[in-house]
Write a protein that binds this ligand. Structure first.
Ligand code: SAM
Ligand code: DTB
Ligand code: SF4
Length: 352
């Protein structure tokens, strides 16, 4: 990183400052975001994660966007907690396709204590394959967060979803404060935080600014910030929501990049509905992580070979696995060799 270009990491953004960024002429905003991005990251590398739904549907919560809530008839087939062996098989396949992080999601309000031994075994098994691990299981208390951290879980995903003001329009079964408490428990246990939200839910630009303000003013920025474009699913209350203008989506990514210069910003759900040009502009705006693989949790994602073609067209290469402090040099080198082999066979390598 060029130190002179490195902007100060701030945690005191005002709503007015963020709104002013959203109001910049598009080219000025993109230039600023791209400059911040280049000061902190290789702009031609994108982190690649694969999602796996380890427990699907029948969720007691009422999140208005979600196909997995038991309150809406979305035709989704419910599935109980997946067997550990099956999860490991899925993780092996994700790794062979070139993913470096495996994200396991469960349609729970929060995990029950009887579930914990299963999920911690999943973490250990996936980690042993040389993949980074992420889970999203709903709310966690302090001891559950600690149990996951002790099992070696690298990231916990828990989204704020939208601004504090708009939140009540979307979810009534848990509060914003509940979410902040889970995030504090995750941090306290020493795990990395993956936290973002959804746009295109009928919110105003001020709500998108409000979401990013909450994220950027956390005591530590989330290491991973997923920006999801709403996937409209039949049967959910948001199924007929008007499309968000792609430029408003891109502005959200760009402002996230400026506010949180060192975080990975994920171009998350909604890529299946986006053309290649919009995705390319999202990378220009500073997005540097994607979900890779044909399915998100329950809805379609672009096919792997389409993503490889897009990476090839853009000269992007997948970001290599970060070496963790607690890994021995020898272990890390084995992990790197395995990754390179998987990537060579699956991805166009822009470096060659
Ligand atoms: N049940 C857990 C929870 O909500 O905390 C974890 C799984 S939940 C499906 C994870 C995240 O997926 C949600 O917080 C939301 O941001 C995102 N999500 C769910 N449905 C979505 C949709 N239709 N479009 C975009 N993002 C969605
Ligand atoms: C996140 O922010 N987006 C992912 C992940 N975290 C768990 C989930 C997207 C879900 C999209 C709707 C579905 O496939 O069910
Ligand atoms: Fe349940 Fe999570 Fe879906 Fe909300 S987002 S209904 S908590 S699975």
């Amino acid at each position: 990183m060029n130190a002179s270009l490195a902007p100060t990491i701030r945690h005191d953004w005002t709503r007015a400052e963020i709104t002013a960024l959203f109001a910049l002429p598009f080219s000025d905003l993109m230039f600023q975001a791209q400059s911040v991005h280049r000061a902190h990251f290789n702009p031609n590398e994108v982190q690649v994660s694969t999602l796996c739904s380890i427990k699907t549907g029948a969720c007691p919560e009422d999140c208005a966007y979600c196909p997995q809530s038991a309150r809406y008839d979305t035709g989704l087939e419910r599935e109980k907690l997946m067997a550990v062996e099956k999860v490991i098989e899925e993780a092996k396949a994700a790794k062979a396709s070139g993913a470096t992080r495996f994200c396991m999601g469960a349609a729970w309000r929060s995990p029950k204590n009887k579930d914990m031994p299963y999920v911690t075994t999943m973490v250990q098994g996936v980690k042993a394959l040389g993949l980074e691990t992420c889970m999203t299981l709903g709310m966690l208390d302090e001891s559950q967060a600690q149990e996951l951290a002790d099992a070696g879980l690298d990231y916990y995903n828990h989204n704020l979803d939208t601004s504090p003001e708009y939140y009540g329009e979307i979810i009534t079964t848990r509060t914003y404060q509940d979410r902040l408490e889970t995030l504090a428990n995750v941090r306290k246990a020493g795990m990395k935080v993956c936290c973002g939200g959804i746009v295109g839910m009928g919110e105003e630009e001020n709500d998108r600014a409000g979401l990013l303000q909450q994220l950027a003013n956390m005591p530590e920025h989330p290491e991973s910030v997923p920006i999801n474009m709403l996937v409209k699913v039949g049967g959910t209350p948001l199924e007929n929501e008007a499309d968000l203008d792609p430029f408003d989506f891109l502005r959200t990514i760009a402002v996230a990049r400026i506010l949180m210069p060192q975080s990975h910003v994920r171009l998350s759900a909604g890529r299946e509905q986006m053309n290649e040009q919009t995705q390319a502009m999202a990378f220009l705006a500073g997005a540097n992580s994607i979900f890779y693989g044909e399915k998100l949790l329950t809805t379609p994602n672009p096919e792997a070979n389409k993503d490889m073609q897009l990476f090839k067209k853009l000269g992007i290469k997948p970001e290599a696995y970060e070496v963790h402090e607690d890994e021995s040099e020898q272990e890390a080198s084995i992990v790197h060799q395995l990754q390179e082999a998987a990537m060579d066979s699956m991805f166009y390598n822009a470096a060659k």
